[in-house]
Design a protein around this ligand. Structure first.
Ligand SMILES: NC(=O)c1ccc[n+]([C@@H]2O[C@H](COP(=O)([O-])OP(=O)(O)OC[C@H]3O[C@@H](n4cnc5c(N)ncnc54)[C@H](O)[C@@H]3O)[C@@H](O)[C@H]2O)c1
Length: 379
């Protein structure tokens, strides 16, 4: 089966590697020859490392490379059964390329977008035959992250959904199906991990190092929120928060933080700029956390309650099944446990009381307990 990938940047080149490793003839198209050359060089380096580590043989490497055609000509998508678009996040540009792709491929070809923030319905509106559109959302780096969110739009046919899901499952990925709503599962449910951590800091309850310590040491998260934001990039993380906030018609649950905005504005972007919430310069001394267990537990309980509330909201609003929501957070952002399973372990009443206390204390809609959580506690 021939697979097309449009866009040879961070995501497109990773997805092309996954397709080629799964024995597909793969066509990687980009407007920029430079981007194609870089993708080809990067893949060569990645595969060399895999050969060194004995994860693949030299023959495998040659075969994988031989399956990918690097081209600037979209006409080479002719004969593809699936094309995944991973170009700039601009709706007008996506409309143009989807409409062009439709004129090249057969009516049977599925056309997918890897978008993180645009609706699949809006992208599909450019097609004459929109029942073949859907979202196939990989996580970065695509070859390593197991999760793929599969997003049918209002226009998507059952056949398109089934065929695409079966194919991505056959690549060994963990797929979850979710509604075409802002942030899909992961980028929606994970918002409080950053937002509530920033709020706790802004209120002066604890500093960055202490909040990170509480989440990693007491909560078993792989990275604390501030270390993770520094890793993602404050500019990137802030942009996602802003777009989710706007897409939810400015629901205060998703309100962005001034602290993050100021860090972005100052150029404290994180690891990539040498400084974010922490200093990554040579010889920089890292601040010591306050390891007070009572304070740490308070921080963890508050952020976790907000995350659980968001997971409940995603179930309540039928974004995805409980199983898929838990799978998404463990496979897409490496949470130590699924949030809904975790809620049961803590006790729903305890989580609910924590949210009610915050809601009562602050009087802010941000802390309102989800109706499904309330119903379960009262049943
Ligand atoms: N970077 C991430 O962590 C991430 C994760 C999941 C999804 N996404 C989504 O994936 C998509 C791509 O993101 P990225 O980070 O790989 O971007 P990128 O900037 O690394 O790469 C985009 C590539 O698209 C090419 N391009 C631009 N316009 C084109 C056109 N008209 N035709 C062909 N090629 C064109 C560019 O030359 C560039 O090589 C976006 O929709 C983004 O929202 C990104």
């Amino acid at each position: 089966m021939k697979i097309g990938i449009l866009g040879a940047g961070t995501m497109g080149s990773g997805i092309a590697q996954v397709a080629a490793q799964n024995e597909h003839e793969t066509i990687l198209v980009d407007v920029s020859q430079e981007a194609l050359n870089k993708a080809e060089d990067d893949l060569n380096k990645i595969l060399n490392r895999l050969v060194e580590k004995d994860r693949i043989s030299s023959d495998d490497k040659i075969n994988i490379q031989g399956r990918i055609t690097y081209t600037t000509d979209m006409a080479d998508f002719k004969g593809c059964s699936l094309v995944i678009e991973a170009i700039v996040e601009k709706l007008e540009v996506k409309h143009k390329v989807f409409s062009k792709m439709e004129s090249i491929v057969s009516t049977e070809c599925i056309l997918a977008s890897n978008t993180s923030s645009l609706s699949i319905a809006s992208i599909g509106s450019a097609l004459k035959n929109p029942d073949r559109i859907l979202g196939i959302h990989f996580f970065n780096p695509a070859p390593l992250m197991p999760l793929v969110e599969i997003i049918p739009a209002v226009q998507t046919s059952e056949k398109t959904l089934k065929t695409a899901k079966n194919l991505i499952d056959s690549w060994g990925k963990s797929t979850v199906v979710c509604k075409d709503t802002p942030g899909f599962i992961v980028n929606r449910v994970a918002r409080p991990f950053y937002g509530e951590a920033l709020r706790i800091y802004e209120e002066g309850i604890a500093d960055f190092a202490t909040i990170d310590w509480a989440m990693t040491e007491l909560g078993d998260f792989r990275m604390g929120p501030f270390t993770l934001m520094d890793y993602i990039g404050n500019d990137v993380n802030y942009a996602v928060t802003e777009s989710v906030f706007a897409a939810f018609y400015y629901d205060p649950r998703f309100k962005p933080s001034f602290t993050q905005r100021r860090h972005s504005e100052a150029g404290y972007l994180g690891r990539k700029s040498g400084r974010g919430y922490f200093d990554y310069g040579e010889g920089a001394i890292q601040p010591e956390p306050n390891k007070d267990p009572i304070l740490g537990q308070k921080i963890l309980d508050r952020i976790l309650a907000m995350l659980i509330n968001e997971a409940f909201d995603a179930v309540f609003m039928q974004v995805a099944s409980s199983e898929d929501i838990d799978k998404a957070m463990t496979k897409g952002v490496n949470y130590p446990k699924g949030l809904l399973v975790w809620a049961d372990e803590i006790g729903l009443k305890k989580v609910f009381n924590q949210l009610e206390t915050l809601f009562y204390e602050y009087g802010e809609d941000r802390y309102r307990p989800n109706p499904l959580l309330r119903r379960k506690v009262n049943s």
